[in-house]
Design a protein around this ligand. Sequence first.
Ligand code: FAD
Length: 403
Amino acid sequence: MSHIVVIGAGQAGSSLVTKLRTLGFDGDITLIGAESAPPYQRPPLSKKYLLGEMELERLYLRPEQFYADQNITLRLDAPVTAIDPAAKTVTIGADVIPYDQLALTTGSDPRRLPASIGGALDGVFTVRTLADVDAMAPACKPGARALIVGGGYIGLEAAAVATRMGVRVTLVEMADRILQRVAAPETSDYFRALHLSHGVDIREGVGLDRLLGDGHVSGARLTDGTEIAADFVIVGVGVTPSSALAEAAGLTMENGIRVDGHGRTSDPAIWSAGDCASFPYKGTRIRLESVQNAIDQAENVAENMLGANKDYMPHPWFWSDQYDVKLQIAGLNTGYDRTVLRQGEKEGAQSVWYYYGDTLLAVDAMNDPRNYMIGKRMIEAGKSPPASAIADPATDMMALMKA
Ligand code: FAD
């Protein structure tokens, strides 16, 4: 009987094995995870879970019993150390497990600060796993001083939650503005104003020189020579695809694990999906770090493992929660050459529309679900309304969408 092994028991791995059973696959399935928890959702880690507003079990994508009920062997606390593509085996410690088809859904690893600049001091945290957040939570005490390195979504969400817990937060962003890598200046402006209004000390255009402290972190020196005191530090400087295992097995790499439109790697028996996989998209190659991509790509791979031969076409969307603001993003803004700002109907509601020439690429909507939904539908339908119509407050957006 056929045996499918999946390495990486996260969002994509869980979606892949579940889909295999939904599609009627009745061979053996083994899902292997390095962490001790069953597959769980990460977004609440920097949101409700850190705030203490979400219980552990609610993080789990499915109760642990689900996998047994589906006849899926779930191996936790079991980091795979090697893949032998010629022998078609994976190794966990002394165990060697044979496979007929293998999927790699190993996710991504947070970038860490080098030990030479204080990255190994106690009190320096990353936010990727349940264990990371459980280790950091006790430091989030009222009156404590936190330094957050990095003004991307993870850093900003952590700043919002820590502030709500009474922590005094300084956030340092090396680029000229927060969210520079992922969003237009209008979106950065919106979130800068939001954080400043909650008392976060945001420093842009200044990097970290080094962390200070003896054993435990006590502060930081910035590249402009300023020194700031900190009781703990959160490092949110991006992730790298978790692809070392695949690389050591000789698979082709290109910004992570290279897969074709079906999710197949350079080895015909090995597939990949989620944060770790780069795939062809509109004449280029991209890698997405989002829940929606992890689920949809993994489900596509499950179908293709069973012979569907279906190309993966992402319909990107993403969200971020900060204080009482919900940011929703539809589409991919890569390559945009102009933006249009539209005020929403309610106070604080706003959307930023990204264009390349006359083509609508993406929409960022802040507390503006209506314009998010309209933008998303337009992008999915391949419609590009004139930018002038978006900018005009008198435009009936529903009518524009239906036009
Ligand atoms: P993961 O869910 O990371 O799963 C990969 C798993 O593989 C991990 O458990 C890892 O331990 C395991 N693994 C790796 N190597 C091995 C090995 N050798 N052996 C065994 N197991 C291994 N996305 C959104 O869309 N919206 C959000 O608001 C959002 N917020 C986020 C907030 C935080 C704090 C974080 C960390 C992420 C957030 N994301 C968000 C991103 C989203 O969670 C990821 O894109 C998604 O989890 C990717 O799924 P994945 O299955 O590819 O990787």
